[in-house]
Design a protein around this ligand. Sequence first.
Ligand code: PMP
Length: 437
Amino acid sequence: THTKPDISREKSAALYEKSKKYFPGGVNSPVRAFKSVYGTPLFIQKGDGCFIWDADDNQFIDFCASWGPLILGHNHAKIREKVAEVMQNGMSFGAPTALENELAELIIKNNRFVEKIRFTSSGTEAVMSAIRLARGYTGRDKIVKFEGCYHGHSDSLLVKAGSGLVTFGETSSAGVPKAFAEETIVIGLNDKTALTQVFEQFKDQIAAVIIEGIPANNGLLIQDKEYIEFLREICSTNGTLLIFDEVITGFRVGFEGAAAYYGITPDIVTYGKIIGGGLPVGMYGASAEIMGHISPDGGVYQAGTLSGNPVAMAAGIATLTELSKSGFYKDLNAKAQEFVESIQRFASARNYKFKVFTVGSVFWFAFIDKDKIQTAEDIDPASMEKFKVLHRELLNRGVYLGPSGYEVGFVSAAHSKIELEKAKRAIFEALDVVFAK
Ligand code: PMP
């Protein structure tokens, strides 16, 4: 149980010095900057299957999976070949192509929650557009979101809870007008009283309630089905649309995501990540009736030059074709559950204050002594110091987790039993180091 020497980060460090000249914080998305873990960010040069290699040729078993999209692993041959084939004919036309129909058909035929869809190029866009649709459809302005759910970086959604049970939100980013934040009401998860109160206080004003199907951006905050049912009910009673943001859970916990996991039908659903097989694709969908409000059929405007571009569609088609094969999720989830259960067994046997929360092939390592965590408040920020040690020890043992203790990890179809065994050993050793301190 001792620390391992740090991996070499010479080349990554040199690249980082350079990138800091070009980008704020040296990165194009903040969490990549390794601000809450040890050391400089690793610059990745290659991925294959469950492995990635950094600029210094360190090899890692990867559980970040580009933050979720790579459910088939890195550089999957079928995706690469399909993309290469489509690229022979050009990369973007800003005009309809048959590939959009093909991907839409794969989705709609295998998903009972959407009748019509619209492709975007990111999760942020998908959710932002879904909110506009809900507002346009209901003719109402206010939305309700939950503390501990992330929905991308559009203005209305970069809002955190104010003080008090039910309040207007406060902006959680500079540059978001207060007036926008006032249209977003933020309440805690798993709190029926707050929900009831919000609907009393803002009767006939709430266009939509948005929730991550299974909240996975602030730890993994698995909600009780009964609570989600309550949420569904209260939305229906009040003529408010229920939006499931399934950017992480869509095609991850199962082909039909969290909606099928709970057996609850949202009014609008948003997807991202996996649906693009590693290329930029997002999507929102609903009944034909609700989607009829989107331009050019209806009055809610939303557009995109690169929306549905053929290269991204190709990656999505290749990915979803694999995912729609029978037994895909059964095998993946069984493999992932076996992996996380043995980690939990190890930690519990040693009485470590450590709990793995998990659903399907998603897991979250928490240095917390609770069997259930359902609200952001339940997470002790001090526990992140332990994650920091774990992260460093794991990198030094060839295992890559996303560089934040609030982020979940992903097992992909490319993780073989052998690699998972190796990763487990590394995790056991790293936990011993964390708890020896
Ligand atoms: N919604 C959820 C639930 C997400 O997890 C994310 C990204 N992690 C987004 C929206 C935003 O997606 P993107 O980063 O592709 O804009």
